[in-house]
Design a protein around this ligand. Structure first.
Ligand SMILES: *[C@@H]1O[C@H](CO)[C@@H](O)[C@H](O)[C@H]1NC(C)=O
Ligand SMILES: *[C@@H]1O[C@H](CO)[C@@H](O)[C@H](O)[C@H]1NC(C)=O
Ligand SMILES: *[C@@H]1O[C@H](CO)[C@@H](O)[C@H](O)[C@H]1NC(C)=O
Ligand SMILES: *[C@@H]1O[C@H](CO)[C@@H](O)[C@H](O)[C@H]1NC(C)=O
Length: 612
């Protein structure tokens, strides 16, 4: 079967789900952010809210109703461990009045930027749709009247795989007893399973004809922009594409839902560069839908002229070698959990720039749309990652969901110049034979829907000798914890281990290699000289030893980039190696620097002016 045929059989072709909200002459939106009514079902109940049709009820009348802010995770907002550790269904509800001045023929959409993990949405008691996977936007067209107040109800389920076995890394057989119905939810990842309506919710208005999707492919060589748009356009509608230069001046125009716009000979192309390599001029593709000469829809999508390519050694941006000085991160903060917060986002970017970083990976799920746009503006290079951590089961059911999330992610982020590659998975168990076909299909999808970007996987538990997939990717990312998970306390083993390990990957696969995770936990303010694990000194010592290896590897063209794990401390499930979360941050969870941050800042700053 052809590659395309095989992917079609997998049912892996979906359309992107909605452009980011925009307010202009032809479209508008209302925010539904604020306090929503919140009712929790008992832990692991089998959906009593559905049996009792809570979506037809006014949840404010429930004796146990409270409110929760949207956007936010609900987990950390009470003093009740049952809320923090909840597994199963919770219900959110709000009321929305549609103003009478919205035209009768306007189309109305309900847009959720991220609900974790599974959501069913009801409007005025009717199910209008569902979404699985979290971290990605979804929207539904809805009918809402101006005559009465509309009720919007969202049932959210955070259930992952269940485990009936006892908790803990070790199982003793010494007399443990468990209450009736006891079970643990054991996420296969090292971050807290924050749940709820994590990003903003909007009511979006468009005219009867509207744009749904815009794909942009800037071509530097012939100074052109290929575009295609999708939407619901009336038969007599005309669609045009216009390129606006970075100062907002229209420079070329063409009719059609797709086509190639050529910039004039005279136009001096301004390239988008990563921070530290040049400026970040952003062009705009303005898509306009006209009917009888009147504008009926309009959308401005920003993009940049830049290329991403690679040799066997390096990642190239605009043909120039780019060395990543970066961070693994989390969208995580006190109280909000994984909830979107512009305050945290801006502090993150400013601290990243303070440390002279130039890139990050959206470990381990797509970050907010706002963050991707801000990365474009600042010239921060991003590896965007599919939510797929520690994959162990490589069956077609998982592959289908994985492929769907991958495509939703690419559809959402494909026009960002800052996004330079797609990461298909973090730390999969790709020593298993069946993982090869599983990942080959997914990598093919990424290449097919976006031929312009390299694809990577982030290797953890497998090594150069037993991995069966690394020859399929364009760029290899590796996570390594010499001196922490391996040989704790033996700092003298780090340099030689990192050098040897990465050199073997390089010899075998001949790909650019980015070390995407290394690091140590440190409790801020815990000092020990000589250093011991969890002290600030140990984190610094481990980094210094690892940097020795990096410098050797860079000189040999083995390394194309480095990323510390982690940007900031973050919450995890409880565990014997976690003291109120993971403390591998170079910043505390409130984004204040530990000693490690100054070491990293010094290192990253030393790359200024002499990239190599
Ligand atoms: C909240 O109230 C509803 C309706 O009485 C009930 O079904 C549900 O179990 C309650 N939630 C919890 C966590 O007890
Ligand atoms: C929702 O949660 C329940 C446990 O409360 C679980 O058994 C069920 O499979 C989940 N349903 C979906 C669709 O995720
Ligand atoms: C312009 O360049 C792109 C990419 O190099 C290519 O796909 C496209 O066909 C070219 N267009 C024209 C009109 O030459
Ligand atoms: C680090 O290890 C490499 C490879 O074993 C070696 O060549 C280099 O001299 C070491 N660097 C230091 C500072 O020990």
């Amino acid at each position: 079967m052809s590659r395309l045929g095989h992917l079609l059989v997998l049912g892996l072709f979906v359309l992107g789900d909605g452009l980011f909200v925009q307010r202009n002459a032809a479209r508008d939106f209302h925010s539904l952010d604020g306090l929503w009514t919140f009712v929790r079902e008992p832990r692991n109940s089998n959906g009593i809210g559905f049996a009792e049709k809570w979506y037809e009820r006014d949840l404010r009348q429930f004796k146990n109703a409270t409110v929760m802010p949207v956007p936010s995770a609900y987990n950390d907002l009470t003093a009740d461990s049952r809320v923090r550790d909840h597994v199963g269904w919770v219900w959110y509800q709000t009321q929305y009045s549609k103003p009478v001045f919205v035209p009768k023929n306007a189309r109305t959409f309900l847009r959720f930027s991220s609900v974790n993990y599974y959501a069913e949405v009801f409007v005025n008691g009717m199910l209008i749709g569902s979404h699985v996977g979290g971290h990605l936007p979804f929207e539904f067209e809805v009918k809402m009247s101006c005559e009465h107040v509309n009720s919007i109800t969202v049932a959210v389920n955070n259930t992952l795989s269940h485990s009936t076995i006892p908790p803990g890394e070790f199982q003793y057989k010494t007399g443990e007893m468990y209450p009736k119905g006891f079970f643990t939810q054991t996420p296969g990842f090292d971050f807290f399973n924050y749940a709820g309506i994590l990003r903003s919710v909007y009511v979006v208005f468009t005219g009867p004809s509207f744009i749904k999707e815009i794909k942009i492919q800037p071509n530097m060589e012939n100074k052109s922009v290929s575009y295609s748009t999708n939407g619901d356009f009336c038969p007599s509608c005309m669609v045009t594409g216009t390129v606006l230069d970075p100062s907002g001046r229209p420079i070329t125009l063409q009719a059609g839902t797709f086509g190639t716009l050529h910039l004039s000979e005279a136009h001096k192309l301004q390239l988008w560069w990563p921070r530290g390599y040049g400026d970040q001029p952003l062009y705009t593709l303005r898509v306009t839908v006209l009917k009888d000469g009147q504008v009926v829809d309009l959308y401005d999508e920003q993009f940049g002229f830049r290329t991403v390519s690679w040799t066997s050694d390096h990642l190239l941006i605009n043909g120039k070698r780019f060395y990543c000085l970066g961070f693994g991160m989390h969208e995580d903060s006190e109280l909000h959990g994984r909830g979107y917060d512009p305050v945290v986002m801006i502090k993150d970017f400013n601290m990243l720039e303070w440390m002279a970083g130039n890139c990050y990976r959206t470990s381990h799920y797509p970050y907010s749309e706002e963050r991707a746009r801000e990365a474009d503006r600042r010239g921060i290079v991003v590896i965007t990652e599919t939510p797929a951590v520690g994959m162990k089961v490589f069956n077609s059911q998982n592959q289908k969901l994985h492929g769907q999330m991958l495509q939703e992610m690419i559809a959402r982020d494909r026009n960002h110049p800052s996004t330079v590659m797609w990461s298909i998975s973090n730390e999969p168990w790709t020593d298993k034979k069946e993982s090869r076909q599983y990942y080959k299909d997914l990598i093919d999808i990424a290449h097919l829907v976006d031929p312009s970007r390299p694809v990577t996987m982030v290797y953890g538990p497998t090594g150069y000798s037993n991995d069966v997939t690394a020859d399929l990717v364009d760029i290899i990312c590796v996570n390594r914890y010499y001196g922490w998970y391996i040989n704790m306390g033996y700092l003298q083993t780090i340099n030689a281990s990192v050098v040897y390990d990465l050199t073997q990957w390089k010899k075998k696969f001949k790909r650019p290699i980015i070390l995407t995770e290394y690091g140590a936990d440190s409790i801020a303010g815990l000092y020990q000289e000589p250093s011991v694990d969890f002290s600030e000194q140990y984190q610094v010592d481990l980094m210094r030893q690892t940097h020795l290896a990096f410098d050797t590897l860079r000189k040999k063209n083995v390394l194309a980039g480095e990323m510390i794990w982690n940007f900031a401390d973050f919450m995890t499930a409880q565990g014997i190696t976690r003291a109120v979360g993971n403390h591998k941050g170079v910043l505390t969870r409130s984004r204040q620097p530990k000693r490690a941050a100054y070491i990293l800042k010094q290192r990253y700053e030393s790359f200024r002016n002499n990239s190599y």
